[in-house]
Design a protein around this ligand. Sequence first.
Ligand code: GLC
Ligand code: MG
Length: 539
Amino acid sequence: MSDRKQSQPEVSDLEWWQRAVIYQIAPLSFQDSDGDGKGDLPGILRRLPYLEWLGIDVVWLCPIHPSPMLDFGYDITDFCAVDPLFGTLDDFDRLLDEMHVRGLRLLLDFVPNHTSSQHPWFLESRSSRANPRRDWYIWADAGPDGGPPNNWLSRFGGSAWTRDDRTGQYYYHAFLAEQPDLNWRNPEVHAAMAEVLRFWLRRGVDGFRVDASAVLIEDDLLRDDPPDPDYEPGKTPPPQRLLRTFTDDRPEAMECLAMLRAVLDEFPKRVMAGEVQGKTDRIGHFYGDGRPCFHLPLNFALLDTPWDALAVQATIDSYLRALPDQAWPDWVVGGHDKRRAAARIGQAQARVLAMLLLTLPGTPFFFAGDELGMADVPIPPEAVQDPFEKLVPGYGLNRDPERSPMRWDASRNAGFTSGQPYLPMGPDVTERNVARLQQAPRSLLWLYRSLIRFRKSEPALIAGAHQPMRSVDDVLMFMRMHGDSKLMVARNFASAARQIALPGSAELLMSSHLDREPEPLGATVALRADEGVILRLRK
Ligand code: GLC
Ligand code: MG
């Protein structure tokens, strides 16, 4: 970004989603209002004052549509309705209105790759080879040996093909057998899914997070995927035995995503974020080559990087360098498919992570509970819900631990539900909940809130250039600059004190320990264990 200084915008020139902090909510796990042990839309409505207090701008909601819930809402039977579990379409409208009144925005999860096997489209498609919707899904004859058409694997274990006895053909599913893939080579599917987007855009949603976007299209010759040379039997989960050369990130998928973006652009001021495939080297192309695609291809690189200053610096710099000109960066530090960061790096470094997330250039995303330092909640074998863990057990793939419900206070079930929570609440709920941490002004929760506020007050953090500095002695540093303002952020990854030389005199503005008043500094700054600081450099 440092070489893009020439295009330094004012904060007011930026789009709302470039200035925003985005907060992910898995509705099942946020707030129950009717005692069924599962969160719902009226529950979220009730908690809007909390979101305002925290200072986030945008919520992206995991799916809320009618679903048999075999993959927790990612198996959808009607894209244009709300599952009764979550409430009604009226509840949705009320939530959206109330969010807009409060200046909050809402992104929905859009799942274009597959439907539930109970979706009426699939019921029709499977009913006969002659059904007009037959070609809405991917059907193929058995392979030469009478088995599946080829070697493609489901991410959730076993063949990606399931035989349907009624017509004797196989259908393809990148995920569960109960999640058949739509056929994105069929223009009728495009038209139907475009209407789904319009349905929600007309209702006023501010955009979407597009699920599993890179797997929309597979090779039309159905060529076998090659073996992955890095596969280690017993160690690598079996679904990763093959390289997904012919099933993932096919060039044709980009055309579909560009089409979805064009639909979005029929409406002013909306945004499209996308779950994309591959590492940093692939992320650039999801912004679109020629035709625009995602505004925000989700970048999980920080979660996949060893937690030391040099590795994190390398990750940041290579990601920013990999972005095409004009592409806006983003950073995701939690999600419903990912280990909790606090579990991986510990509570002390979770504060360093918060300061990193909210001072980097680009749109920050975090997952409800990250601001409490929620760790992965242990799930006893009999309580496992996630189909991934059930089908591919023993590889640590269970996603239930990070989906444990939000904790609000020290009352029964932490105020999440008056019933039986659908996942365990976790061992440390009485110490680690919203009410408790709100009363502790130096808590991680206050740190998130303070950093969000600070970010909004400093154009350098939102619109400023980013200038990497060399990490020394476990301290990761960079500068953010806008106009005359020059901020330096230094974060100590070590659990021991460090001393850092400064490029000039400076003023300390904020410590991640939240216990320092603004103070002038000389030629150095002393960092305590696990401390991050934001400084203003004098000219
Ligand atoms: C995405 C979702 C994940 C889901 C999968 C299948 O990766 O984030 O939770 O299981 O798609 O829809
Ligand atoms: Mg409920």
